[in-house]
Design a protein around this ligand. Structure first.
Ligand SMILES: [Cu+2]
Length: 242
C-alpha cells in the first residue's frame, strides 16, 4: 500500500467533507428584514382529549406502571402545549437564532424529555441516558432511520448532528411506548407553543405563506396567512380529532 503524503490526505479529507455536506446549507438565505410583520396566534383543541394506554412490559421499577396519558397537552381555554408551528418553504429572511442552551434529549423514567422540541438544521443534539436501564435511541424520518444508538449505561451520552430536515421521530427499541419529536427547521420561522397554546413568529418578510401547526396526535394542519409590513397577523389553528 503506498502511503499518502499529508497534503494529499488533507485534500481528500476536505473533498470528502464537501461531498458529505452536500446541498443542505444552500436553501435558506439570510437578509436584513426591515419591514417585517408578526404572526401571533394560538393552537386549540376542542372537546374531550383522547388518551393512550402506556403498558410497560419490562424495567418496571424505572418505567412505572400501566397508565393512561393524554394525547394532547391542554392548557387554559383550549390551548395546546407542545405544538410545533412553522412557515413552510420560506427561503429568505431573518438570521438564525441559536438555541438558548445546548439541546438535549434525555431518557428519564423511560420517557424522552422534552417530548417535543424544534431546532435549526445542523444543530448538534446530545442524547443522554439518566436511567439505570438500557435505552436505544432510534430516530426516524418517515419510515427511514436517521440514526440508531444504544445507551446501555446510566450517564452515557451520544452527540448527533441534525442533518435531516422535517419532523424526526424518536423511538426506543427496548421500550415500545417511548416517543420523542424534534422538528428540524430549514428556516428560522419556527416555534413550539407555550403552555396556553400561544405562539408568535417575528420579523416575517411581508408576503403570503403556509403556516403549519403540527401536533403529535393531530398531525400537521396547514393554513394560509398573509403578513403585512409592521403589522400583526392573528391566527387561530383548530386541531382536528382523528
Ligand atoms: Cu428505552
Amino acid at each position: 500500500m503506498p502511503r499518502l503524503e499529508p497534503v494529499s490526505r488533507s485534500f481528500f479529507a476536505l473533498a470528502l467533507a464537501a461531498l458529505l455536506a452536500g446541498p443542505a446549507a444552500a436553501a435558506y438565505q439570510v437578509t436584513t428584514v426591515t419591514e417585517g410583520g408578526t404572526i401571533s396566534g394560538k393552537v386549540e383543541f376542542e372537546g374531550l382529549v383522547p388518551t393512550r394506554k402506556v403498558i410497560p412490559t419490562k424495567d418496571r421499577e424505572t418505567c412505572g406502571k400501566i397508565r393512561n396519558e393524554p394525547e394532547v397537552t391542554l392548557g387554559s381555554d383550549k390551548g395546546v402545549q407542545d405544538a410545533v408551528v412553522y412557515l413552510k418553504k420560506l427561503t429568505k429572511g431573518k438570521a438564525w437564532e441559536k438555541p438558548a442552551k445546548n439541546p438535549e434529549l434525555v431518557n428519564k423514567g423511560c420517557e424522552f424529555v422534552p417530548r417535543v422540541q424544534a431546532l435549526p438544521l445542523g444543530t448538534s443534539l446530545v442524547t443522554l441516558n439518566e436511567d439505570p436501564v438500557m435505552h436505544n435511541i432510534h430516530s426516524f424520518s418517515g419510515k427511514s432511520t436517521v440514526f440508531n444508538v444504544a445507551l446501555p449505561i446510566k450517564g452515557q451520552k451520544a452527540e448527533k448532528h441534525l442533518d435531516t430536515e422535517g419532523m424526526v421521530r424518536f423511538e426506543c427499541d427496548a421500550h415500545g411506548w417511548m416517543r420523542g419529536y424534534v422538528y428540524v427547521a430549514d428556516n428560522p420561522y419556527y416555534t413550539v407553543t407555550a403552555k396556553n397554546g400561544t405562539f408568535s413568529l417575528l420579523d416575517v418578510p411581508p408576503g403570503s405563506y403556509t403556516l403549519v401547526a403540527w401536533q403529535e396526535y393531530a398531525g400537521a394542519t396547514e393554513i394560509p396567512v398573509t403578513v403585512e409590513a409592521k403589522k400583526v397577523a392573528q391566527v387561530t389553528v383548530d386541531l382536528k380529532k382523528k
